[in-house]
Structures are given as C-alpha cells and as structure tokens.
Design a protein around this ligand. Structure first.
Ligand SMILES: NC(=O)C1=CN([C@@H]2O[C@H](COP(=O)(O)OP(=O)(O)OC[C@H]3O[C@@H](n4cnc5c(N)ncnc54)[C@H](OP(=O)(O)O)[C@@H]3O)[C@@H](O)[C@H]2O)C=CC1
Ligand SMILES: O=C(O)CCC(=O)C(=O)O
Length: 425
C-alpha cells in the first residue's frame, strides 16, 4: 500500500511548534521586535464546531470541524479547507500560520487561515459530503466573508465543495457572493488556471532552482509523491518542460519506470479508475512505496502529506533538489541533515504558493465582475512565483541561511513592517 510510513516520534512534535522552530530561527536572524513576535506566535482566532449530519442510512454522525485564522494584518485571511481523518486543531493552526507566511512571500494582500473537517471523504457519498460541507459553511457564517476570511480547496476538497460553500453562504445572505470562496467551478466565477495553479507554481520553482544548480531540465529525473491535484499537475508540467518523471505515488502505492512514466496516460488512468493509480500498467509497483523518497533523482517533489521526510529517512535522501508541493512535508528534525547534505529545498511557503496566488486572481476577477484569459492568469502567476523565488534566493545568500529560513525572513519582515505602520497594540 502507498501509506506513508509515520515519522519517528521525535519528528512528530506538535505541528504548530515545528512551524515555530523555523519561525524562531528566522525571527532571530531578522532581529524581530519582541512585541510583534508575541502577536505572531499565537493564531488570532480559532473556531471549532461539532457538525451533526444525517448519513444515508438514517443514522446521525457528529463530525469535528475547525477554522483557524492566524493573522489578518495584511488583509482578509485566506486558506484551504482539508477533509481528512487526521485533521487536528494543532495541525490546522500550523497550516494557518504557513498561509500567513506564504501570502507574504508572494506579496499578495492576504492574511493566513486554514480549515479542516475530520472525515474520510472516500467513504462518504456525495450527498453526505454535501450536507457536511453545507453544515460547516453555516457554522462559519460569522467567520467567512469576501472581506474577512476566504476558504479554498485543500486535501480532499475541490471545486465541488467550493460550489456548495458558495451556495450555502449566498443563500444565507440573500444574494450571490462568489468572492467568499476560491477554487470554484468556472461557471460559478472560478478562474481559469486555478486547478493546475499549485502544480504550476511547483514547476516554476523547480525550474528556477534547477537553473541555480545548473541542472538541465531536459536531463533531469524527478520523483513525485502524491498524485492528487498538486502532484499530478506538477508532474505533467515538469514532463512538458522536458524532465523525466521516473516515479509517482498515491495511496495505492508507488510506481516506478526508469525510462520515464507517461504522465498524461497516468492521469487518464487515474481519472477513469475511481481516482487512484491502482493497477496502472505504465510503471512497476514498488515493493515499498516509502522508497520513492530515497530514489536517486535530481528532483524530489513531496506533494501528499506532512512530515514524510524525517529523521528516520533523511540520511538516505539522494535528490539534489526538493521542491515542496505539500505543506510541511519535511520535519524540523530533518531540516538540519538536509542542510548538512547540501540539498537545496524550495520550501512549501514558496514552492506551493501558486495556488493561493491564482486564488487571489480569482477573487480579484470576482470583485471586478470580469474574466481573465488563461494566458493572463498563467503569465502573471509565473512572474509572481519567479520573482518570489529570486527574492528568497537572494535573502538566503544575504543572511547565509537555507532557503526555508530565507522564505520565513522575507515573510516575517513584510508582516512586521505592516505592524510597524499600522500599530494598534
Ligand atoms: N490544492 C491546492 O491548491 C494546494 C495544496 N497544497 C498541499 O499539497 C498537498 C496535497 O494537496 P492536494 O494535491 O490538493 O490533495 P489531493 O487530495 O488532491 O491529493 C493528495 C494526494 O496525496 C495522496 N495521499 C494522501 N494521503 C496519503 C498517504 N497517507 N499516503 C500516500 N499518499 C497519500 C493521495 O492519494 P489518494 O488520492 O489515492 O488518496 C493523493 O494522491 C497537501 O499538503 C496540501 O495542503 C498546498 C497548496 C495548495
Ligand atoms: O488557494 C487558497 O486560497 C489556499 C490554498 C491553500 O490552502 C494552501 O496554499 O495551502
């Protein structure tokens, strides 16, 4: 099975604390004002709700839902909603803080938030998921809003759930409010390019990093963990740019082909196979899916869940470059060894920021009542991603720190300067 082996206990520190350990290093390098530090170290709002739902068999199940707003100092808070069994308030807190840093790194006018519902959408009918999504939206009517807090897709959610959120919120307000959520279907005001935006940003970051490392994309080998929205689009777009994708994985296992996997065929297979690669014939099923992470490749793209590169496997990682499609795929423990090994990391808060960037474009278009072409969306998001990469890279040279800490420095500096001008505490 493709289940990712759990990280050792010492890596599994509270996810918020793991985020804070990186934040602390950057705050110290930057000489962050103590008062601003104290404000940023705690989320500004946390809402947890119980959601009773009538299941198809008539029973009532109570689901646990959360929304955490880490900061709204830069603008309305922004962040996806995750449906997964391991959703936990500490994880949602960390993910919300990462959104604050991510929006600041790419310089878009949003704060950070994240939501989650503890559920297994694979085991629920569409009707059950719809009732759950509507109940969650209703419970968050005072939290969400186009100028307050704007949800979006994350793991286990997509345009369908965003449509239900928009509809429920709009009904409650007696008018259509499409700017309250992004990642919607196109017909409801979604943006061209949003579906592939996160994977596209991963591709732009990977190419920018390869340029620094003198890796020719046409000779580069890549392994991608996770074949959902982020992983599959990153793989498709890197393949289009000439790279050879030798391994991909999802929950059914890892698939390897040293000559290169035909990613278009893999996507078509997944889409016709209930969403998984199980039985895919264009590659061999690896005995141990976790070994995808330690393959000898130029580029490794973790695009599934948190803490997959940890103290138990980091010694064996052979990639020259890690481009983090997922949020938090590398534990704080593993960071030190990656740095010692001289592996370049395009960190999550930089590399996967293409999604929220195009979400921002979607919100802008909704507010203008106008639609941009795909070409305009891609051109502008590519430019934002490339500029952000260069800024983080230069900061890493200036402070002599790894790219992850440099990304935090860029982000914290922006948030701290905003506090300086706004004051109010
Ligand atoms: N969607 C977006 O725009 C953004 C997403 N991200 C981050 O990217 C990551 C992936 O998100 P996204 O692609 O949207 O999610 P999806 O739900 O579309 O895909 C997740 C992928 O990871 C696989 N997976 C999940 N759990 C496991 C596991 N325990 N073992 C092995 N494989 C697993 C899934 O397999 P299967 O499908 O078989 O279950 C699937 O291939 C997350 O960390 C998310 O926070 C970051 C920025 C934006
Ligand atoms: O598109 C968005 O608004 C947020 C996406 C997200 O949740 C993320 O970047 O982790």
């Amino acid at each position: 099975m493709g289940y990712i082996e759990p990280a050792p206990i010492k890596d599994k520190a509270n996810p918020f604390e793991s985020m804070m350990s990186r934040f602390n290093i950057a705050a110290e390098a930057l000489g962050l004002d103590e008062q601003v530090y104290n404000v940023l170290k705690s989320p500004s709002k946390q809402v947890s709700v119980s959601l009773p739902i009538t299941m198809d068999n008539g029973s009532i199940r109570v689901f646990e839902g959360h929304r955490v707003i880490h900061s709204n100092i830069l603008g309305p808070s922004k962040g996806g909603v995750r449906y997964a069994m391991d959703v936990h308030i500490d994880e949602v807190k960390a993910l919300a803080a990462w959104m604050t840093w991510k929006c600041a790194v790419v310089d878009i006018p949003y704060g950070g938030a994240k939501g989650g519902i503890k559920c297994n959408p694979r085991e629920m009918s569409a009707g059950e998921i719809e009732r759950l999504t509507r109940a969650y939206t209703n419970a968050m009517l005072d939290v969400f809003g186009p100028d307050r807090d704007i949800p979006a897709p994350d793991m286990g959610t997509g345009p369908r759930e965003m449509a239900w959120m928009m509809d429920e919120y709009s009904r409650a307000h007696g008018m259509t409010v499409n700017a309250m959520v992004t990642g919607k279907p196109l017909v409801l005001g979604g943006s061209l390019g949003r579906t592939e935006a996160t994977g596209r940003g991963v591709m732009v970051s990977a190419l920018a990093a390869m340029e620094k490392l003198n890796i020719n994309p046409y000779h580069a080998t890549v392994a991608v963990q996770g074949f959902g929205n982020v992983g599959s689009h990153a793989a498709l777009l890197l393949e289009e740019r000439g790279a050879t994708i030798i391994a991909v994985s999802d929950i059914s296992g890892a698939y390897y082909n040293e000559k290169g996997i035909n990613i278009k065929a893999a996507v078509a297979y997944r889409d016709g196979n209930n969403g998984t690669l199980e039985g895919f014939k264009g590659a061999e099923l690896m005995d141990n899916a976790a070994e995808l992470l330690i393959l000898k490749v130029d580029v490794l793209v973790p695009a599934a869940v948190e803490d997959v590169i940890h103290s138990g496997n980091v010694d064996k990682v052979q990639a020259k470059l890690i481009v983090e499609g997922a949020n938090g795929p590398t534990s704080a423990e593993a960071d030190k060894i990656i740095n010692e090994k001289g592996i370049m990391v395009a960190p999550d808060i930089l590399a996967n920021a293409g999604g929220v960037t195009v979400s921002y474009f979607e919100w802008v278009q909704n507010r203008l009542g106008y639609k941009w072409t795909r070409e305009r969306v891609n051109r502008r998001s590519d430019r934002i991603m490339k500029d952000a990469f260069e800024k983080v890279y230069e900061t890493s040279l200036k402070y002599n720190v790894p790219m992850r800490i440099a990304a935090y420095i860029v982000a914290i500096d922006k948030v701290a300067s905003t506090y300086k001008y706004r004051g109010g505490f």
